[in-house]
Design a protein around this ligand. Structure first.
Ligand code: NAD
Length: 486
């Protein structure tokens, strides 16, 4: 890194890709610059590997498959567990690397490392669990068993907003299932992924089992989508790119997991604890500086408490601090100039359609990519901010009159990742939780994620689940064996 973060262990920073157990540069010397989003300073470079080099990585992973899958589950578990311990020991350095390249406040970065590590710990344990199920036979004189076997090489493509956790949530499950992995991190945040590779190497994962392949996404991921030996692709990112990869994987009928966009509704009924709803709403909207697939983007408040909620929410928002991630503000910079422009465009469009700015509404002087935490009230459904992911610190609030209307509006659109509901009526909690078409429903709280739960969305928010035992399904095949014992 150039003007990088101060670390206890400088060797965690690698400007090379990790392929087949070797640290490599691109043969043609091509590189991608990585910058600090707060001030645009260059942190360092990573290789821009070619299509041929990406294919070599897939071959290396395939060559490692037999050995990895053939280890005793206890041995695989021990190695994954060792990786977990090294991640925990390097927590502060990993958080600093993340804050430097992603911009998120250092407390959030530390929280993400804990979250990332929790998947590695969980799946190290799952690696030991039995993967054979005995079924009551439907045939005379026959014995029936189901074996779960590793699907093969898994390609993991991850976004910049959670540079570590989105990798470990996939990789730990794949490794536990017996699959080698090809990780392609976002080019905005590759140093976090490469630091995880340093620790995987130190943990003793065999060569070729954990690969990190940096470069231009079409160049690196394209060959994997066409390669028949890559049997699974697990993607986290935008619905738009997810759709593209879904199509590209059709040719080789890959196993697909897709964790895509969110655009969460946040519904506050008049009988809610308003103080709690405001507090949880601030967390749900402004975590990760609003650049979060779980961000509460469509806040709907029942009319009798709408004015009071708006006033309290705007007051709490105006108190949020903005600045450089390492100084631990509430809100850091946005990832790039495009994201800043989107906030501006969303605010202008909403105001032109009749919304009111209660606080913020413009860029923030703390830094070139900072936007003031903003609250818009009376946002009409046709406003851009109501229809597409904001991915920034702008909150949109509207009012509603009936439960049916709130549910119908929450269910509108292509997304179905998470929905937040605030009410104290137990029967309404049940009715509304049932009626919402979302993979996750959070009632009277914001934080609901963790290693033991299945994370994922309905509709075009995705396919499959990550975390929990269900997270292993993406990386295993079921083999049915029927034996005659007569
Ligand atoms: P993105 O779709 O632009 O990129 C995600 C990954 O795909 C990156 O690694 C990128 O290099 C790669 N990629 C981009 N274009 C590609 C192409 N043409 N071919 C192959 N790979 C390509 O997403 P982003 O901007 O990094 O992340 C933001 C999005 O991620 C938001 O939509 C957010 O909701 C979503 N997200 C979802 C979850 C979830 O779990 N559901 C979690 C975090 C983020």
């Amino acid at each position: 890194m150039g003007s990088g973060p101060r670390l206890n262990d400088a060797a965690l920073i690698r400007g090379q890709a990790f392929v087949g157990g070797r640290w490599i540069a691109a043969a043609d010397g091509a590189r991608i610059a990585v910058t600090d989003p707060f001030d645009g300073a260059t942190l360092g470079h990573v290789p821009a590997l070619s299509e041929a080099e990406s294919t070599t990585a897939a071959e290396a992973a395939h060559a490692a498959w037999g050995g990895w899958a053939g280890l005793l589950p206890q041995e695989r578990a021990r190695l994954i567990r060792r990786w977990f311990e090294l991640i925990v020991a390097a927590r502060e350095d990993l958080a600093r690397i993340m804050t430097a390249e992603q911009g998120k406040p250092i407390s959030e970065a530390r929280g993400e490392i804990d979250y990332a590590a929790s998947f590695v710990e969980f799946y190290a344990e799952e690696a030991k669990r039995p993967n054979i199920e005995s079924v009551t036979s439907h045939l005379p004189d026959a014995e029936v068993e189901l074996w779960r076997e590793p699907v093969g090489v898994a390609a993991l493509v991850t976004p910049w907003n959670f540079p570590c956790a989105m990798i470990t949530r996939k990789a730990a499950a794949a490794l536990a299932a017996g699959c080698p992995v090809l990780v392609h991190p976002s080019s905005e945040t590759p140093f976090s992924a490469l630091a995880l590779a340093v620790l995987a190497e130190r943990a003793g994962l065999p060569a070729g089992v954990f690969n990190v392949v940096t470069g231009r996404p079409e160049t690196v991921v394209g060959p994997w989508t066409r390669e028949p030996r890559v049997r699974a692709l697990s993607f986290t990112g935008s619905t738009e790119v997810g759709r593209l990869l879904y199509g590209q994987c059709a040719g080789t009928i890959k196993r697909l997991t897709m964790e895509l966009g969110g655009h969460a509704p946040f519904v506050v009924f008049a009988d809610a604890d308003l103080g709690q709803a405001v507090e949880e709403g601030i967390k749900a909207k402004f975590a990760t500086s609003g650049q979060d697939c779980l961000a509460a983007n469509r806040i709907m408040v029942e009319r009798p408490v709408h004015a009071e909620f708006c006033a309290r929410f705007a007051e709490a928002t105006a108190r949020l601090s903005v600045g450089r991630g390492i100084d631990d503000p509430d809100i850091g910079p946005l990832m790039n100039a495009r994201a800043l422009e989107k906030q501006r465009a969303h605010v202008e469009d909403a105001v032109a359609r009749g919304a009111r700015v209660l606080t913020g509404g413009a860029a923030h002087p703390a830094g070139p990519l900072c936007f003031a935490p903003t609250v818009l009230a009376d946002v009409p459904p046709e406003a851009l901010i109501w229809r597409e992911e904001t991915f920034g610190p702008v909150a949109a609030i509207a009012s509603f009159d009936t439960e049916d209307e709130a549910v119908a509006r929450a269910n509108e659109g292509e997304y179905g990742l998470v929905a937040y509901v605030h009410t104290q009526d137990p029967r309404r909690i049940y009715r509304v939780s049932r009626a919402l078409r979302f993979g996750m429903v959070a009632v009277n709280r914001t934080k609901v994620t963790g290693a033991p739960i299945p994370f994922g969305g309905f509709k075009q928010s995705g396919l499959g689940r990550e975390g929990s035992r269900l997270g292993l399904e993406a990386f295993t095949e079921v083999k049915y064996v029927c034996r005659d014992w007569a």
